[in-house]
Structure formats: structure tokens, C-alpha cells
Design a protein around this ligand. Structure first.
Ligand SMILES: C[S@@+](CC[C@H](N)C(=O)[O-])C[C@H]1O[C@@H](n2cnc3c(N)ncnc32)[C@H](O)[C@@H]1O
Length: 180
């Protein structure tokens, strides 16, 4: 799915753009876009381990001076972050209980292109998420994933002046790129 997302972002235009990768993990996606013409990227993530790996990978590709990594919850830190031309949320909306706040706050930081991958809201995904929650509870882990309603997500995005440019779906995931 990340490949589809990357292709759709490239098709929307990345030459010289700034990127905001929310829940960036080890940064593979924005680093790849930097290697294909984007100018600079900010990656934010809750996990210091992910960000440490992202910094290492950026250094290996001589991208350190074009990347900025921030540790924390995007929703809590949004006011302190600069806006970007392109915002990416790749498999992140499903990690956050309050999808509307995450989506609206990230749209407020987006100049041109809003790109995201999140789970489809069918029964199988809902059952898998419920089963996962039971297993996580049994092992004492607080993490939960969420299947949010795609129609609501699309409405929030469109209400902020974006329209859908590209969509791809697999059995599990929905990949969408919107432009202003
Ligand atoms: C499933 S991983 C996806 C990582 C990366 N986007 C990718 O596709 O490889 C979700 C990531 O989002 C981060 N995350 C979840 N909620 C977040 C939030 N509110 N602010 C910042 N990072 C968040 C998690 O720490 C995790 O690294």
C-alpha cells in the first residue's frame, strides 16, 4: 500500500515541496519522496526508537539536512509545527481514537496535498480489530487500533476545501490522495 500512496503523491506533484509525515515511523516514505524531488520533510512520531532509526536512515542517504524529526503526539503539538505543502498519514488514523481531531488538525497544516492510508470499514476489519483488542488487553498492552468511518473522513477532508484526486483499495486498506 505504501507504494500506491507514494505513486499517487508523486502524480500529484512533489518537485520542491515540503512534506509533513505524521506518524512517520522509520521515515521510509518521506525519505523516498525526498530522493525523488521533494525539498524537505518533517517527521513526527510517538516512538523515539522509530525516530532514531529514521535519523540513521536519513543520514545514510545524505538527507539529514533536509529532515527534521519531532517526538510526540501530533494532535498535542500541531500548534508548534510548521505547515507543509504535502501532509502524509500512512496507517496512522487507525492508531488514534479521535480521528476527527487528528484529520482536521493535520488538514490545517496542509497547503496542497493530503495523502492517507487507513483501514476499510468492513466487517472483517472490524472483527480483526476487536480480536486484536482482546489479545492486547490479555497481554496488558494499552495500544488499540481503530476502524474509523471512511465516509466521515472524506466529509471532514472535503469540508476543508480538498477534493479526492486518487483512490486505491486493497482488502484491508484504503489509500487516498486529496488536493486543494
Ligand atoms: C502503523 S505505524 C505506521 C508508520 C509509517 N507511517 C509507515 O507506514 O511505515 C503508525 C505510527 O504512527 C505513530 N503515531 C500514532 N499516533 C500518532 C500521533 N498522534 N502522533 C504522532 N505519531 C503517531 C506510531 O508511533 C507509529 O509509529
Amino acid at each position: 500500500m505504501q507504494q500506491q500512496l507514494a505513486s499517487a503523491i508523486k502524480e500529484a506533484g512533489i518537485e520542491g515541496v515540503s512534506l509533513l509525515d505524521i506518524g512517520c515511523g522509520v521515515g521510509f516514505l518521506h525519505q523516498s519522496l525526498l530522493n525523488h524531488g521533494a525539498s524537505k520533510a518533517t517527521g513526527i512520531d510517538l516512538s523515539e526508537k522509530m525516530l532514531a532509526e529514521a535519523r540513521t536512515l536519513a543520514a545514510e542517504q545524505s538527507l539529514s539536512d533536509r529532515t527534521n524529526y519531532v517526538l510526540g503526539d501530533f494532535v498535542a503539538m500541531a500548534a508548534d509545527l510548521s505547515s507543509a505543502d504535502v501532509t502524509i498519514l500512512d496507517k496512522v488514523v487507525c492508531c488514534y481514537p479521535d480521528a476527527k481531531t487528528l484529520v482536521v488538525r493535520s488538514l490545517e497544516k496542509t497547503g496542497k496535498v493530503y495523502a492517507l492510508t487507513y483501514p476499510r470499514a468492513h466487517l472483517l476489519n472490524r472483527l480483526m480489530t476487536s480480536a486484536e483488542a482482546i489479545c492486547l488487553k490479555l497481554v496488558g498492552c494499552d495500544f488499540r487500533s481503530y476502524v474509523h468511518d471512511p465516509e466521515s473522513i472524506e466529509q471532514w477532508i472535503e469540508a476543508m476545501g480538498f477534493h479526492k484526486r486518487k483512490q486505491h483499495q486493497s482488502w484491508i486498506w484504503l489509500t487516498q490522495v486529496y488536493v486543494r
